[in-house]
Design a binder for this molecule. Structure first.
Ligand SMILES: [Fe+2]
Ligand SMILES: [Fe+2]
Length: 362
């Protein structure tokens, strides 16, 4: 790929050069100027495409898997969402994986641990729980729980609960790209609950108060982030401030001890779009998977409009223009997201820019 721009590779093919390329190719080597413009693009060009998956279309298939496979046989009973541009890596966007997991009351999946980090966002049902390194966490609608890299974890639904569906979010494609992925099944297939139920919430969820308890792990000790205090915080914020022109009121979930992201490789946030709100377009490095936690509206991503309703999932690829709108004039809308921004920031790769005209033509 030649480019007639000073500073870029622009070498004309000649028979002599062709011979030279063939000679070094036989030594598993190459001339950088033949590939430089391709491997060093002017700006990120994501192979992912913007996508939206409608819950109304997926839900029946997710429930059908209850009849087709058991958690024992499947390991995890999940319908994954795959980006047409990232099929091989089973990524929903960029280096992020997502799927919908379903479980009957009384079922539980075997305990395991892996190098990938995960979170689960509860979409429907009651009685869901997760055990993380002996800490049992109870989960309700729009709550999410962390199962960080290296922690033993297992998921289940109490016998007295109802069929639960949740969204799994993982960094599987990232960890596989880095060739650092290990997986272990717990020798007992289950782990004992060794702490009081929901103890990490009692210990670490106090607003703006840091407990004296020590914690030396690289991820948040607050394993569960509940919907009620999250939504309350967004509404209180919205009463006194408009928030960002690009996101409305967006609040990041943080490690309460450090103010940093919930896990080293995955960040999460919830944003509130006021009734009738329409944000301005921006773009940034980093990929995001969104889940509509509340309301109806649309997002314009890379010039395409995606209308969404509660429980739909959509993705924004890295460095793609995006803007959001609440289609209701009376109700607010809330978008949950998880992303790879902690990786971008840690590696010094985060960059952001506003669209001069404010909105894309869709
Ligand atoms: Fe897992
Ligand atoms: Fe954004």
């Amino acid at each position: 790929m030649r480019e007639a721009v000073a500073g870029r590779a622009n070498v004309e093919e000649t028979p002599e050069l062709a011979e030279y390329y063939a000679a070094i190719d036989r030594l598993d080597a190459g001339a950088l100027w033949t590939v430089a413009n391709r491997i060093e693009p002017w700006e990120p060009a994501s192979t992912s495409v913007p996508m939206l998956w409608r819950y109304a279309e997926l839900r029946g298939h997710v429930l059908r898997s209850l009849e087709l496979v058991t958690p024992e046989r499947a390991g995890r009973r999940v319908v994954y969402l795959v980006n047409p541009g990232r099929r091989e890596d089973v990524a929903a966007v960029g280096r992020l994986y997502t799927g919908l997991q379903v479980m009957n009351p009384g079922e539980k999946a075997s305990a395991h641990r892996h190098s990938t980090s995960a979170l689960r966002f509860i979409m429907e049902g009651t009685g869901a729980y997760t055990v993380v390194d002996g800490h049992k966490v109870t989960l309700g609608r729009n709550d999410f729980v962390l199962t960080p890299n290296g922690t033993w974890h297992e998921h289940g639904v109490e016998a007295g609960g109802s069929v639960c569906i949740w969204q799994d979010g993982l960094d599987i494609p990232l960890v596989n790209t880095l060739e650092a992925n290990f997986f272990e099944v717990h020798p007992e297939l289950a782990q004992p609950v060794s702490h009081p139920v929901d103890d990490t919430t009692a210990l670490f969820a106090a607003p703006a108060l840091r407990p004296a308890e020590g914690w030396d792990k690289p991820y948040s000790p607050l394993l569960k982030y509940e919907w009620a205090p999250t939504y309350d915080s967004l509404c209180r914020h919205a009463e006194v401030a408009e928030g960002s022109a690009f996101d409305g009121v967006l609040m990041e979930y943080v490690n309460p001890l450090t103010g940093g992201p919930v896990m080293p490789t995955i960040g999460a946030a919830m944003q509130r779009l006021a009734p009738g709100a329409r944000t301005r377009a921006h773009r940034h490095t980093g990929s995001a998977v969104y889940q509509v936690a509340k309301g109806v509206g649309y997002s314009v991503i890379g010039g395409r409009r995606f209308d969404w309703a509660e429980r739909d999932i959509f993705v924004v690829p890295s460095w793609m223009w995006h803007e959001h709108a609440n289609a209701s004039a009376s109700e607010d809308a809330c978008l949950f997201q998880f992303n790879d921004l902690p990786v971008m920031r840690a590696l010094g790769l985060y960059r952001e820019e506003a669209l001069a005209d404010g909105h894309q033509a869709a």
